[in-house]
Write a new protein. Structure first.
Length: 94
């Protein structure tokens, strides 16, 4: 998986009703939060989960590296991916 570098995602245009400076700043801050979450999810969490965590589990299913506990090593990476995806979907698709 290639790292995400912001290609293909653009800011949403402000609606006609969002003319105040405060509203524009609020929307810009929300967009920055969502954009940062997308970059973090794609560049870090998904790579960690798909390249390392899932690979270790597959190797263990073959009977190797049984002494390594994936949940101790990777803690809550699966839950972090779920929460990040939910945040992205809930805020980008609206």
């Amino acid at each position: 998986m290639a790292p995400y570098r912001g290609n293909g995602i653009t800011r949403r245009p402000l609606s006609d009703g969002a003319s105040s400076d405060q509203e524009m700043k609020r929307r810009e801050a929300l967009w920055e939060l969502c954009h940062s979450e997308i970059v973090y999810t794609l560049d870090h969490l998904l790579v960690l989960k798909e390249v390392f965590f899932d690979t270790l589990r597959n190797i263990q299913q073959m009977g190797h590296l049984q002494n390594i506990d994936p949940h101790t090593l990777f803690c809550n990476v699966e839950e972090l991916v779920k929460v990040s995806r939910k945040l992205i979907v809930n805020n980008i698709t609206k």
